[in-house]
Design a protein around this ligand. Structure first.
Ligand SMILES: [Zn+2]
Length: 479
C-alpha cells in the first residue's frame, strides 16, 4: 500500500479500505467534491438484487509473444536504411534506388521478402501501385505505391477477415511540396514501418513455431502518401474491399519511436474515435479496448479521441468507413523533430533524426502490436446484430446473431456503468439468440457481446443497439 492509500485510509477509515480498491477509488474521487459519507461508499441497490451470474472465464490463448523475441537490431537497421534514402516524400523519385520514395519502397520490400523466405512460403509480398490526387499533389494524379506482406488465415471462412498493422514510409520536410529537401523521417514514420515489419517477422515466425494458428488473415502494410493527405491508407480501404476482405481491425503505428521525457519507459498512447451513435461506442473504440485488455493497462494509455488535436493519420479513412481503426503514438511528441527540414536555428536543432529514437520503447510497441494481432487473428468472428430490449420491464434482454463455428466456445455478455470506460464480464452463454438478464435494468449500464474461442481468444466487443423509444412530447403546434 503506497502513501496515497495510507492517507486515504486514515481519512475514510478501515471499512472503506477493506471494501476493496474499486470502491475505494470511487470514494476517493468523490472526496474532491463532497465529504465522504460515513456509513457506506455506495448507496445504489445491487443489480441484480441477488444471484448474480458467476461465469467461468476461459484463459486467453497460450504462447504469448515474449518481449525478448523482438529484434530491436533489425528494426534499427531498417530505419537506418530508410533514413539513408535522404527524403521519402511521395512527390520525390520512385525510380532512383538511392534517394526518394522508391528507395524507401525497395528497402521495405527487401525486408518483407527476407521474412517471407523464413516463413516457409506463407508470407506473400505485394507492391500495390496506384494513382491519387489531393491538394498536396497540386490537384494532379500522381503515382504511389504501398507495400504489403500478407499472412493468409488458416480458417476457410475467417480467412476473409483481415487484421492490418500499418506504418507509412513516406516522409516530409517543412514544405510538404518540396521533393528536394532532406526529410529523414526516422520517427515519422520509419518507426511505424519498423513496427509493422517486425510484426510480420514475429507472427510469420510464431505461426511456423506453433505459437498459434491464425484463423484470420493478417496484412502487414507500409503505405505511402500519408503526408500528402492519407492517400495510401485511403487506397488500402478500397484495396482490401476489392480483394473480398472484411476488416477485423486496423492498427496504425505513426510516430512510435521516441520516449524522451524523463521517468520512462512510458505507455504508448492508443487513439480511438467515438463514432457517431448516441449511447454506444464505435468499432474503433472496441478495438482499442480489446488491445488494452490484451496488452495490459501498464502498456497502453487509451485516449478516447480519434487523433491528437488538429492531427490526422492512416487509421482515419478506416474509422470514417465505420471500420475498427486505431492509432498508436509515442507518449509525448517533440515537434522540433517532426515535419522539419533538418537545420539549426538560434541554437535549436530541428529534424527527425535517428538519434532521438528509443529502441526499448519501440520494441515494446512492436511486441504489443504483434500480441494484439496474434490474439485477434485467432478469435472467432465477432457477433452481429447485437440488440438490447426489455425497456420498462424487470429484465434487460440482450440478443445477437452469429454464424456456426465449431471452434467457438461461446459468447461473453459484457456490461459497464455508463460512466465507466471499460467493459466488465457479466455472463457467459454458449448460444446466440436472446438472453434475459434477470433483475438487470436496461437503464443503468451499457451492454455488449463478444465471441470467445475454445482457445480463449476474444473477438472485439459489439455494443448492443437499442430500439429508440421516444418519450411523449407535446404535439407540434398546427401551422
Ligand atoms: Zn506520420
Amino acid at each position: 500500500m503506497n502513501r496515497f492509500w495510507k492517507r486515504a485510509g486514515r481519512e475514510l477509515g478501515h471499512a472503506a479500505i477493506l471494501a476493496g480498491a474499486g470502491l475505494l477509488c470511487a470514494a476517493v474521487s468523490a472526496q474532491t467534491s463532497a465529504p465522504p459519507r460515513t456509513q457506506s461508499v455506495s448507496h445504489d441497490p445491487a443489480e441484480p438484487l441477488q444471484n448474480k451470474p458467476r461465469p467461468k472465464i476461459l484463459p486467453r490463448p497460450a504462447g504469448a509473444i515474449a518481449r525478448a523475441s523482438v529484434d530491436e537490431k533489425s528494426m534499427r537497421s531498417l530505419i537506418h536504411e530508410l533514413v539513408g534514402c535522404g527524403t521519402r516524400l511521395t512527390l520525390s523519385s520512385w525510380t532512383d534506388p538511392k534517394r526518394g520514395a522508391g528507395c524507401g519502397r525497395d528497402h521495405v520490400a527487401a525486408r518483407f521478402n527476407e521474412i517471407a523466405k523464413d516463413s516457409g512460403g506463407k508470407l506473400q509480398v505485394v507492391v500495390d501501385k496506384f494513382e491519387s490526387t489531393s491538394t498536396r499533389t497540386s490537384g494532379k494524379p500522381i503515382p504511389l505505391e504501398n507495400v504489403y506482406a500478407i499472412l493468409p488465415g488458416a480458417d476457410e471462412k475467417l480467412a476473409k477477415t483481415i487484421f492490418i498493422v500499418s506504418g507509412h514510409f513516406d516522409s516530409r520536410p517543412s514544405d510538404v511540396m518540396d521533393p528536394e529537401a532532406d526529410a529523414p523521417g526516422a520517427d515519422d514514420d520509419a518507426s511505424g514501418v519498423a513496427v509493422s515489419v517486425e510484426c510480420a517477422r514475429l507472427l510469420s515466425k510464431a505461426g511456423a513455431n506453433g505459437h498459434g494458428k491464425y484463423r484470420a488473415t493478417i496484412l502487414f502494410a507500409a503505405v505511402s502518401g500519408e503526408e500528402q493527405g492519407l492517400l495510401g491508407s485511403t487506397h488500402l480501404v478500397d484495396w482490401v474491399k476489392q480483394q473480398g476482405y472484411t476488416v477485423g481491425g486496423m492498427l496504425d503505428d505513426d510516430i512510435v519511436g521516441a520516449d524522451t521525457a524523463p521517468g520512462g519507459p512510458h505507455r504508448v498512447r492508443l487513439f480511438s474515435g467515438n463514432g457517431e451513435i448516441d449511447d454506444a461506442d464505435s468499432p474503433s473504440r472496441e478495438l482499442a479496448r480489446a488491445v488494452e485488455e490484451i496488452d495490459g493497462r501498464t502498456a497502453i494509455r487509451l485516449v478516447f479521441r480519434v487523433d491528437r488535436y488538429g492531427r490526422g493519420g492512416d487509421h482515419y479513412p478506416f474509422y470514417k468507413a465505420g471500420l475498427p481503426g486505431v492509432r498508436f503514438t509515442e507518449p509525448l511528441e517533440d515537434y522540433n523533430h517532426q515535419h522539419q527540414t533538418p537545420r539549426t536555428e538560434n541554437g535549436v536543432e530541428y529534424g527527425d533524426f535517428e538519434k532521438y529514437l528509443n529502441f526499448t520503447f519501440m520494441g515494446d510497441v512492436a511486441r504489443d502490436n504483434a500480441e494484439a494481432l496474434r490474439q485477434l487473428a485467432q478469435a472467432p468472428a465477432a457477433p452481429t446484430g447485437a440488440k438490447l430490449t426489455g425497456a420498462v420491464t424487470p429484465d434487460a434482454k440482450v440478443s445477437w446473431s452469429a454464424e456456426d463455428d465449431p471452434e467457438r466456445a461461446g459468447f461473453e455478455i459484457l456490461w459497464r456503468e455508463t460512466s465507466e470506460p471499460r467493459w466488465q464480464l457479466y455472463d457467459f452463454g454458449t448460444a446466440a439468440g436472446e438472453t434475459a438478464l434477470k433483475g438487470v435494468s436496461t437503464d443503468n449500464h451499457f451492454f455488449a457481446v463478444r465471441s470467445v474461442g475454445k482457445n480463449g481468444a476474444r473477438s472485439i466487443a459489439v455494443p448492443t443497439e437499442m430500439e429508440r423509444r421516444a418519450p411523449p412530447l407535446p404535439s407540434a403546434p398546427k401551422q
